[in-house]
Design a protein around this ligand. Sequence first.
Ligand code: IMP
Length: 204
Amino acid sequence: MRSLIVATGNTGKFEEIKSLLPNEFDTFYSLRDFEENIEVEEDSPLYVENALKKARKIGDRFGIYTIADDSGLEVEALGGKPGIHSSRYGSNDDERIEKLLTELEGIPWEKRGATFKAYLAFYIPENERSYVFYGHLTGYIGFKKKGSGGFGFDPVFYISELKKHLAELTREEKNRISHRGKAVYAFKNFLNTDFFKSPRVLNL
Ligand code: IMP
């Protein structure tokens, strides 16, 4: 029986990741499933280091395979902000969106380019090895909210190719194109490699 901890308390993230790995694990846990509150200070300026730190700390505490995603939204007109600080940009999604739209007031469409980035760290407690997977999605920050799906900045993230905002997509549609979807897809392929399936990966 294979279990996986998705080291997040963010329900949106957890549900997205879980739905992308339907056959890979029997049981999924999020941090909401544990009474113990393990503090992981995300103090690096690099997504990748925060993701690795989180995966290692949680994986070592519970002795279960763990993945941690550190992600963010980088807006060109704001010099890459909010970026690594995306989750701390406001105290809830509505506040974060309001702040973003206010900062972009008067900025024309062609300068509202933005990229979502996701780094996914996978940690194996048995041998203390970590692997990192990456995905990104480019689009534009719209002028007002649209749609009710997803989470975070999804209602204001416009994808020109689809002529839709991320929050207007179903979970499956978002997963197919999103930064996190691409990173999880790479992780899923890794789980199916001969390398991962061989005893070598567990350092035996
Ligand atoms: P983290 O939990 O530190 O990785 O914070 C990621 C933050 O980036 C979230 O709280 C959202 O504000 C934003 N974010 C990351 N991925 C997405 C997404 O798929 N949709 C919308 N917002 C996202």
